[in-house]
Design a protein around this ligand. Structure first.
Ligand code: CU
Length: 69
C-alpha cells in the first residue's frame, strides 16, 4: 500500500544536506519519492508500506547524521 508521510528533520543546513537525505532515502527499497527542505526542516516520503516502514525510514535519516522529531 502506498503511503506518504511528512517528518520533521533537524540538522539540515543547506542543499547539500537535503541531497544527502534524499540520496540515502532514494536508495532504500520501497521508497518511491522523497523531498527534503532545510528551510522548513521537513522530509516528505512516499513509500510502499508492504516493503518498508516508517521506523526504517527514520533510522536511515538518523544514520545519515540528522535528527527526526
Ligand atoms: Cu548542508
Amino acid at each position: 500500500m502506498n503511503e506518504s508521510s511528512e517528518l520533521t528533520v533537524t540538522g539540515m543546513k543547506c542543499g547539500g544536506c537535503e541531497n544527502t537525505v534524499k540520496g540515502k532515502l532514494q536508495s532504500v527499497d520501497g521508497i518511491t519519492a522523497v523531498s527534503a527542505s532545510s528551510k522548513t526542516n521537513t522530509v516528505s516520503v512516499e513509500f510502499n508500506s508492504a516493503v518498508v516502514n516508517l521506523d526504517t525510514i527514520k533510522k536511515v535519516i538518523v544514520e545519515a547524521g540528522f535528527s527526526v522529531e
